[in-house]
Design a binder for this molecule. Structure first.
Ligand code: NI
Length: 138
């Protein structure tokens, strides 16, 4: 088995969303999406974990400078989603149902082209203490 070192940067942001399908009634949306379908919207304090893999560079002793990774997450994701409405205000989420699963995949797709090829390994999004989703390499 190939081996690599993985490093993770933890971030957090707050955002509003509503999970719903326009063609369904409020009652049907509640059956499908639960409280996240509340017609007035609601917020979550999200946590975001971004994991990059690679080998340890002998000179620095690091896989990637975590400050560099933080700056990348800040400019490509956090500046766009923090204190925003995920249904309405985020360019790369247009037309995307803002479930935790879809957020993890969308964030991965935003970060991947901005990192050296093959380095991004996983993005984990935690919506509540109990619910999270992750997207990345198998
Ligand atoms: Ni929700």
């Amino acid at each position: 088995m190939a081996r690599s070192t993985r490093i993770t940067r933890l971030e957090s942001f707050s955002a509003a969303h509503r999970l719903f399908k326009a063609e369904l009634s409020d009652e049907e949306n509640f059956r499908l999406f639960g409280p996240c379908s509340n017609p007035g919207g609601h917020g979550h304090n999200y946590r975001l974990a971004v994991t990059v893999r690679g080998s340890i560079e002998p000179d620095s002793g690091m896989v990637l400078n975590l400050k560099t990774l933080h700056d990348l997450i800040q400019t490509s994701i956090l500046d766009k989603v923090d204190h925003r409405n995920l249904n309405l205000e985020v360019d790369f989420l247009t037309g995307v149902q803002p479930t935790t699963e879809n957020l993890a995949r969308a964030f991965f797709d935003e970060l991947e082209p901005r990192l050296p090829t093959g380095r991004l390994w996983r993005v984990l999004v935690q919506e509540t203490d109990k619910n999270s989703a992750e997207y990345g390499e198998d």
